[in-house]
Write a protein that binds this ligand. Structure first.
Ligand SMILES: Cc1cc2nc3c(=O)[nH]c(=O)nc-3n(C[C@H](O)[C@H](O)[C@H](O)COP(=O)(O)OP(=O)(O)OC[C@H]3O[C@@H](n4cnc5c(N)ncnc54)[C@H](O)[C@@H]3O)c2cc1C
Length: 426
């Protein structure tokens, strides 16, 4: 440990993947780290991510990988280059957890779970000297604290309120999705009270509402629509078209294909009030083939059994056709074939942010320096999902949380290093 850091003390607020990575970067530099979390235990969203088979990162080449951060590619790129997917995998292996690349290119821990990783990581952090303070919710700043105001923090605990002064602080308090796991966005007004800009938080990787009939809802909610392709035009008139899987829900549509295009759908709804996406229910068949099959004479067979027999359309796909087309349209074979290849579905609203997998919006990079320090609040850094970026599912979220946590932790270590260096010199 570096002796010049011996008396340096840094708080990390939030024990998700970003905060824990910041804590690790700090403690490795010999800084005393105190992790505070509002919940009774850390990493609850990380553990939840492990429930459905956690993808920790993605194996695609770095250039397309970085492209997944869309408008924020430029700001996320240096962070991810400093801790890229290979480095992240090596780091996971260092915790004693092996990884594998799935058929989709996503990288998973061998047992698909987050719990063994988190357990090993917390053990390593505790051994290194990181102190954990659970049920300590950061509730504000001590604005009377003069130069240290940016890192004199108030906490609410089950017994009392505490005020503690640190040499620096890393905020990693998450977004606003799944608030019951801890990230409830209560930090937004606290940052705003110090004139730190916060881009409004919006749902990302979320479902959308459609006006389903009671019949469709009752009989088909919960059923996957696959394979299916979806096309829509974004606010800049660029057409997006992807194939995948959709889940029909009580209120509308969700699932990996919807998540992948959720930013485009959300922006169109914000701009226009609603958006009509087109579904291709037979993505493996060209239009001509679908027209040829559907318009073949069907004798006494019903149109439904004709569709099933000729092109395998039945179940929830058939129900969607019935839902959206009129009775007359359903009997016009040529029109029906075209609808199978381009069924318009109107989406009216994003599902509430509490149900979303992740959050768009947050503290914009323009308010930060290259070490993720808030320029208005020297000594206050931030990382993870509370920053203004978004990415699809597939490991890109965790990768950027880890990488930004590492950058903020290293930035805070360098900051207190300079502070203590100048103290020593004085
Ligand atoms: C169901 C689900 C599945 C997911 N699956 C994947 C996946 O497979 N791959 C992937 O890459 N990503 C996945 N994600 C996303 C990923 O889990 C998040 O992006 C990531 O956890 C965000 O990390 P974070 O450290 O920024 O914030 P969080 O993990 O949200 O941690 C923030 C921490 O801050 C604490 N906190 C908040 N406010 C305060 C306060 N005022 N005072 C003290 N503590 C506070 C919270 O209690 C929490 O512990 C999934 C998310 C969900 C919901």
């Amino acid at each position: 440990m570096s002796s010049s850091f011996d008396s340096a003390r840094v708080a990390v607020i939030g024990g998700g993947p970003a905060g824990l990575m910041a804590a690790e970067a700090l403690v490795q530099q010999g800084v005393q780290v105190d992790v505070y979390d509002a919940m009774p235990s850390v990493g609850r969203k990380f553990l939840m991510a492990g429930k459905g088979g956690m993808n920790i990162t993605h194996s695609e080449p770095l250039e397309p990988f970085l492209g997944r951060y869309g408008a924020r590619r430029e700001q996320i790129a240096p962070l991810v280059r400093a801790f890229d997917p290979d480095a992240l995998r090596a780091w996971v292996h260092g915790l004693g957890v092996e990884t594998f690349v799935g058929s989709s290119g996503r990288v998973f821990p061998t047992d698909m779970k987050a719990a063994p990783m988190l357990r090993a990581w917390l053990h390593r952090l505790r051994e290194a000297g990181v102190r954990f303070h659970m049920r300590h919710k950061w509730i504000g700043w001590d604005t009377e604290a003069g130069d240290a105001a940016a890192h004199t923090l108030h906490f609410a605990t089950p017994d009392c309120e505490q005020t503690v002064t640190f040499d620096a602080v890393v905020f990693a308090v998450g977004g606003a999705s799944w608030p019951r796991l801890g990230s409830d966005a209560a930090w937004v007004p606290l940052m705003a009270s110090r004139d730190v800009p916060v881009t409004p938080l919006l749902p990302a990787n979320c479902g959308f509402d459609a006006d389903w009939s009671p019949y469709l809802r009752e009989h088909f909610a919960g059923q996957p629509v696959k394979p299916v392709a979806m096309a829509l035009t974004d606010v800049d008139n660029k057409v997006h078209n992807r194939q995948g899987e959709i889940l029909l829900t009580e209120t509308g549509l969700e699932g990996s294909l919807i998540y992948a295009l959720s930013a485009v759908i959300r922006e169109r709804i914000l701009a226009d009030g609603d958006v009509t996406v087109t579904l291709d229910l037979a993505p493996g068949l060209p239009l001509e083939r679908v027209v040829a099959e559907v318009t073949r004479p069907r004798g006494s067979r019903s149109m439904s059994s004709h569709l099933h027999g000729r092109i395998g359309i039945g179940g929830v796909k058939l129900a969607l056709l019935h839902e959206i087309l009129s009775k007359e349209a359903f009997t016009d074979a040529d029109g029906l074939a075209h609808a199978i290849k381009a069924l318009p579905v109107r989406l009216t609203r994003a599902r509430p942010i509490a149900e979303a997998i992740s959050t768009a919006g947050g503290i914009p990079f323009e308010a930060l320096d290259e070490h993720l320090m808030i320029e208005r609040l020297p000594g206050a850094f931030c990382a993870g999902e509370m920053l203004d970026w978004e990415a699809p599912t597939g490991g890109y979220l965790l990768t950027a949380c880890f990488a930004s946590g590492l950058a903020a932790g290293r930035g805070a270590a360098a900051y207190v290093g300079k502070l203590k260096g100048s103290d020593a010199a004085a």
